[in-house]
Design a protein around this ligand. Structure first.
Ligand code: ADP
Ligand code: MG
Length: 234
C-alpha cells in the first residue's frame, strides 16, 4: 500500500492571456489529496474550480508550479503525453454527462478502451460489463442516452470514467442537473468508489448537501484554497 498522497500540487499557477488581458484563476495553490479521498471543492462562479480540475486531469497545463499525480509529474508532460496518461489514469465526469447520443450505454462506456490498442474485443467486454454492473446498469447496456433518465445517464458517464480503472476521478458538478433523489444516488456511488474501491475523487459542487457526501471540502476564493473542516461546509 502506498501512503503518499495521490495528488500533490505545489505553487500551482494558471494565467490565461489573450492580447493585453490577463486572467489568473489560480495563484500559487498548494494542495495534497490522499489516495482514496473523496474531496469536495466549492467556490463562487469564476473562482477557478474548473481550471483546477482541468489541470489535475491533464486537460490543461499550469503556467508555473508543480503537479504530481501518483508517480507522474504531469506539470512536465507534453500535451501528447498527457492525452496518453489521461486515457488510463484519470476519468472525467461532467455536469451534462457528454454521452454520445447515437451510441448505446455499452458503446459509450467502451469508448475510452478503444484508445488502448492492445485490448481485445473480449477483454473490452469484460471491463465494460463490470463497469456497468458497478453503477447498477448492467440491464440497460443496449439503451441509448435518450432512453435513460438523467441519473442513469450520469451513471453511464461514471462507468465510462471508470472503465479503464484510473486511480483518479474528477467530477465537475456531477449532480448539478439532477433531482434530489438521483443526485443522492450519484453521491452514494461516488462515496463507494472512494471508500470501497479506493478511487481518489475531486468533485466540484455548488450544492452544500452534495459537499456533505465528501470526506473533506475545500473552498476556492480568488485562486486560493480555504479549508472548511471535514465533511461538508462550515
Ligand atoms: N480558456 C480561458 N481563457 C481565458 N480565461 C479563462 C479560460 N478559462 C477560464 N478562464 C477564466 O478563469 C476564471 C476561472 O474560470 P473557471 O475555472 O471556469 O471558474 P469556475 O469553474 O470556478 O466557475 C474565470 O475568470 C474565467 O473567465
Ligand atoms: Mg466551472
Amino acid at each position: 500500500m502506498n501512503d503518499d498522497p495521490l495528488i500533490r500540487c505545489h505553487d500551482l499557477t494558471k494565467v490565461y492571456r489573450k492580447g493585453r488581458i490577463e486572467v489568473t484563476p489560480l495563484a500559487n495553490l498548494t494542495l495534497e489529496v490522499p489516495r482514496g479521498e473523496f474531496l469536495g471543492l466549492m467556490g463562487p462562479s469564476g473562482s477557478g474550480k474548473t481550471t483546477l480540475l482541468n489541470l489535475i486531469s491533464g486537460i490543461d497545463r499550469p503556467t508555473s508550479g508543480t503537479l504530481w499525480v501518483g508517480d507522474h509529474e504531469i506539470s512536465n508532460m507534453s500535451r501528447g503525453q498527457l492525452t496518453k496518461w489521461r486515457s488510463t489514469e484519470c476519468g472525467y465526469i461532467f455536469q451534462l454527462y457528454h454521452l454520445v447520443p447515437i451510441l448505446s450505454a455499452y458503446e459509450n462506456v467502451e469508448l475510452p478502451l478503444l484508445l488502448q490498442k492492445r485490448l481485445s474485443r473480449k477483454a473490452r467486454r469484460i471491463k465494460v460489463e463490470a463497469a456497468l454492473e458497478l453503477v447498477g446498469l448492467a440491464d440497460r447496456s443496449d439503451h441509448r442516452p435518450s432512453e435513460l433518465s438523467g441519473g442513469q445517464e450520469q451513471r453511464v458517464a461514471i462507468a465510462r470514467a471508470l472503465v479503464a480503472d484510473p486511480a483518479l476521478l474528477v467530477a465537475d458538478e456531477p449532480t448539478g442537473d439532477l433531482d434530489r433523489e438521483s443526485a443522492n444516488q450519484i453521491l452514494k456511488l461516488l462515496s463507494e468508489l472512494a471508500g470501497v474501491h479506493q478511487k481518489t475523487i475531486v468533485m466540484v459542487t455548488h450544492d452544500a448537501r452534495a459537499a456533505e457526501a465528501a470526506d473533506r471540502t475545500l473552498h476556492l476564493e480568488k485562486g486560493q484554497l480555504v479549508e472548511s473542516g471535514g465533511g461538508g461546509v462550515a
